[in-house]
Design a binder for this molecule. Structure first.
Ligand code: AHM
Ligand code: MG
Length: 337
C-alpha cells in the first residue's frame, strides 16, 4: 500500500493522531500553503513563457527593487490563503504593514508571515528560489495589528519553505521534527520524500557571501580564515564553500548534508543603519525553527534566534545557523570578542 506515497494532507492528519491533537484547521491551512506553492512552482517553471521575469518597476518597504515575480508571488499567496476563515492576518516581506483579512471572510486564529519569493536575484537567471512561511497563533479575537505578529520565534506553531529548483520541495515542521515533500507534477501533490530530516552535527562546508569579507567582524573573519586554511590550519581539514544566493537553497542544502549558513552582522550593514540583512519574522525565525527541529542550531552570535523578542515587523537580524558543532564554535568566537 505504500507505493502511492504519503501526501502532505495524509501526513498532517497522521501526525495529529500521533500527537493526540485535532488537526482539522491546521490541515486546511497547510493545504492552502501547498496550493499557493504549487501555483508558484508552476510560474517559476514557466519563467519567461509566463511573462514573469524582470523588474516590477517599484520598490518594497525595505527599499529593494521588486521583481515582477515578487509581486505576483505575494498576490498568489494572499489569494490562496485569505478565504479559508483560518487566518486573522498576513504579513509579508513585500508589504509595508500587515494585510488584514477582508471583512467578507471569517477571521481565524492564526497569523501568517511569509517571504513570497526568497532569493529574488536568482529569478532572472533561472537559479533556485523559494517561499518561506511562519505561522503563529493570534492571541485574541479582535482584528490583529502589526504588533500581534511580533512574537518570539519559539511561539511558531508551524514553519517551512518551498524550494523551487530542479524539483519543487515543501519542507515543514509543526514542532515534531522536520519532513520534506517533493512535488509530483503528474498528480499535483506534494509527496513525502524525506520523512525525518536531520542535520549532521559536524560539517566541512560553510556558506557566506565572500564579497563582504572586508566588512566582516573579527569572529566571522577568524572562522572563515580558519576554514580556508584547511588541512594546514587549526581545523586540520579542508573545508568547502557554497553560496546559492537564496537562503532557501542554502538552508535546504544544509538540511540535506550539513553545513553552516552565515549572514552575520558586518561593518557595511552597520554603516547603513541595519542590524543584519535577513528579516526576523519571515526568514530567520522559520528557518531557525526548522534547523532546531532537525537537530541544528540557529543564533545571532549573541542570542538564540528563537528567543528574540521582535521590535518591528520587518526587523533584521544577523544569522548563523546549521550544524550544531560549527554554530557553537562561532558563538565561542563571539564570546572571546
Ligand atoms: P530577498 O528575500 O530579497 O531575496 O533577500 C534575501 C536573500 C537570501 O535569500 C540570501 O541568503 C541573501 O539575500 C543573499 O544576499 P546577497 O545578495 O548579499 O548574497
Ligand atoms: Mg528573502
Amino acid at each position: 500500500m505504500s507505493q502511492l506515497g504519503t501526501t502532505l494532507t495524509q501526513y498532517i492528519i497522521e501526525q495529529g493522531r500521533a500527537q493526540n491533537e485535532s488537526r482539522g484547521a491546521f490541515t486546511a491551512l497547510l493545504n492552502d500553503v501547498a496550493t499557493a506553492c504549487k501555483r508558484l512552482s508552476n510560474l517559476v517553471r514557466l519563467g519567461e513563457l509566463a511573462g514573469v521575469l524582470g523588474t516590477a518597476g517599484q520598490e518594497n518597504v525595505q527599499g529593494e527593487q521588486q521583481k515582477k515575480l515578487d509581486v505576483i508571488a505575494n498576490e498568489v499567496f494572499i489569494e490562496s490563503m485569505q478565504h479559508s476563515g483560518l487566518l486573522a492576518g498576513i504579513a509579508s516581506e513585500e508589504m509595508d504593514a500587515h494585510y488584514p483579512i477582508p471583512e467578507r471572510y471569517p477571521r481565524g486564529d492564526y497569523l501568517l508571515a511569509f517571504d513570497p519569493l526568497d532569493g529574488s536575484s536568482n529569478i532572472d537567471v533561472n537559479g533556485s528560489t523559494g517561499t518561506i512561511f511562519s505561522i503563529t497563533r493570534h492571541v485574541d479575537s479582535s482584528a490583529p495589528s502589526d504588533i500581534d505578529f511580533q512574537q518570539p520565534g519559539s511561539r511558531q506553531v508551524c514553519a517551512g519553505y518551498c524550494l523551487y529548483s530542479s524539483a519543487s520541495m515543501l519542507v515543514i515542521t509543526t514542532g515534531h521534527g522536520v519532513a520534506g515533500f517533493t512535488l509530483d507534477n503528474s498528480v499535483g501533490e506534494f509527496i513525502l520524500s524525506h520523512p525525518q530530516i536531520k542535520v549532521p552535527r559536524q560539517t566541512s562546508e560553510y556558506a557566506i557571501n565572500a564579497s563582504n569579507a572586508r566588512h566582516w567582524l573579527p569572529p566571522e573573519k577568524r572562522y572563515v580564515d580558519e576554514c580556508n586554511a584547511g588541512a594546514d590550519g587549526p581545523r586540520g581539514r579542508d573545508f568547502n564553500m557554497r553560496w546559492a544566493g537564496s537562503m532557501v537553497g542554502d538552508v535546504h542544502r544544509i538540511l540535506s548534508r550539513g553545513g553552516l549558513f552565515l549572514y552575520p552582522m558586518d561593518a557595511k550593514l552597520a554603516a547603513a543603519g541595519k542590524h543584519g540583512k535577513l528579516r526576523l519574522l519571515y526568514e530567520a525565525n522559520p528557518m531557525a525553527m526548522l534547523m532546531e527541529q532537525a537537530g541544528g542550531k540557529a543564533h545571532t552570535g549573541t542570542e538564540r534566534i528563537l528567543d528574540i523578542a521582535p521590535s518591528s515587523l520587518h526587523q533584521r537580524v544577523p544569522v548563523i545557523m546549521g550544524s550544531a558543532d560549527e554554530v557553537e564554535r562561532l558563538i565561542g568566537y563571539h564570546h572571546e570578542g
